[in-house]
Design a protein around this ligand. Structure first.
Ligand SMILES: NC(=O)c1ccc[n+]([C@@H]2O[C@H](COP(=O)([O-])OP(=O)(O)OC[C@H]3O[C@@H](n4cnc5c(N)ncnc54)[C@H](O)[C@@H]3O)[C@@H](O)[C@H]2O)c1
Ligand SMILES: [Zn+2]
Length: 373
């Protein structure tokens, strides 16, 4: 088996680590930074505190980033970077903020709009401003990946695109930043971690180092997600989920994700289901489908490595966890008709499906969604 592993992002991990930010900015010679964040960090005063601590090195705050950020928000962020002649970017937020900041840090050095690259397959230029990413959810792993996921709501597109220029220079993973994530969002983001780990492990591009990371991340998340959900200030559970998140990010960064992520994009785009909740909705279906259709050794093998007799038992445990954390179990409340179901089937035929260990047929997608409505 031939494989390549590389990971260019320096990672600082630990409680209170965000306090190192000013020192780290000085270390790489940053002079005029933009802090990109979501409105909730401004409301809580955290953004202002970080700017004050940076003593003039962060010249403005851009907080116009919503969940599942739109291309327009990325273009607006790039415009501020140009106007302020910034030389670096700090992204403080969940995947939405980090993805917006990563793409803006590249597009600001061009006179283009990001729409030219979202869902078009056009190669993204390599030149970019350095990025420091501090995740506040556990989470997407975006702080260490070369991927940005943006939506073009006008065109009805949500697409992941990647560039080596999107790798942050530094990831500051401070579990304390996640304490304020409400229980429902803790579950959504935690299930994203679980999907990253599983999909990295069973994906067609799996490889030994990423396998090891995936197993560790999955074990941590299976043990700690419900604890973090029930007790937001459980320091150990939050720390372990933050560790699981960055570790799962390292696990899937190269092999990429597969069928559950492919289906999550239209589920989020059409029905506003948060990313992690959308991913986990189809996970147990694909786990059984893959296990019973040719990938049994791999999928049962993963289940055994994390303490279950087989894939079916792991799928059942994920269903139990979803129920226990208030995740949707189906799509019944949406009252989808046949036409809407078909639209979902067609939109789920996303390139990530090709990473699934077993080819996913249109019939299977149709049957799966039909069982949920
Ligand atoms: N780039 C990648 O590699 C990658 C991987 C997976 C997912 N994604 C993308 O990331 C996005 C999802 O990111 P996410 O799951 O981190 O959620 P998010 O960034 O969309 O945040 C969800 C909500 O939680 C709030 N929030 C974030 N941190 C908080 C905190 N500490 N306290 C209180 N509220 C907080 C946000 O303001 C937002 O309202 C999706 O667009 C998804 O497609 C990217
Ligand atoms: Zn994800």
């Amino acid at each position: 088996m031939n494989w390549e592993y590389r990971q260019p992002v320096r990672i600082l991990f630990g409680n209170g680590m965000i306090k190192q930010l000013p020192k780290e900015i000085i270390r790489f010679g940053g002079k005029r930074g933009l802090l990109v964040t979501s409105p909730s960090f401004v409301k809580r005063g955290m953004a202002q505190q970080i700017v004050a601590d940076a003593e003039g090195l962060l010249v403005e705050v851009f907080s116009g980033v919503s969940a599942n950020p739109d291309v327009k928000e990325c273009d607006a962020c790039a415009e501020v970077l140009r106007a302020q002649q910034c030389d670096f970017v700090v992204a403080l937020g969940g995947g939405s903020v980090m993805d917006c900041a990563k793409a803006a840090a590249t597009i600001c050095l061009t006179d283009e709009k990001i729409t030219a690259y979202v869902g078009t397959g056009k190669a993204v230029p390599q030149a970019h401003l350095p990025i420091i990413a501090a995740p506040t959810t556990a989470g997407t792993g975006s702080e260490i990946t070369s991927v940005s996921v943006l939506s073009d709501h006008e065109r009805g597109v949500k697409a992941a695109f990647s560039s080596d220029g999107f790798y942050p220079a530094l990831a500051i993973v401070d579990p304390e930043l996640t304490y304020t994530v409400p229980p429902y969002m803790t579950a959504c983001t935690g299930f994203d971690v679980i999907c990253h780990a599983i999909e990295a492990y069973w994906g067609v591009h799996h490889q030994p180092l990423c396998d090891t990371l995936a197993v560790r991340a999955l074990k941590l998340a299976l043990t700690n997600l419900e604890k973090a959900y029930h007790s937001p200030n459980d320091a150990e559970a939050r720390e372990k989920m933050a560790e699981a998140s960055v570790t799962a990010g390292l696990a899937f960064a190269l092999p990429k994700t597969s069928a559950p992520h492919a289906c999550s994009y239209p589920l989020t785009n059409f029905y506003h289901i948060p990313h992690g909740e959308a991913c986990i909705l189809t996970m147990s279906h694909f786990m059984r489908y893959n296990a019973f259709n040719g990938a049994g050794e791999r999928v049962d093998g993963l289940a055994q490595l994390v303490g279950f007799p087989n894939a079916d038992a792991l799928a059942s445990e994920l269903e139990r966890m979803r129920q226990a954390t208030g995740m949707r179990m189906d799509l019944r409340d949406l009252h989808l008709d046949g036409e809407q179901l078909e639209r979902l089937v067609q939109a789920s035929k996303h390139p990530n499906l090709l990473n699934n260990p077993v080819p996913v047929t249109e019939e299977f997608l149709r049957m799966m969604y039909r069982s949920m409505i």
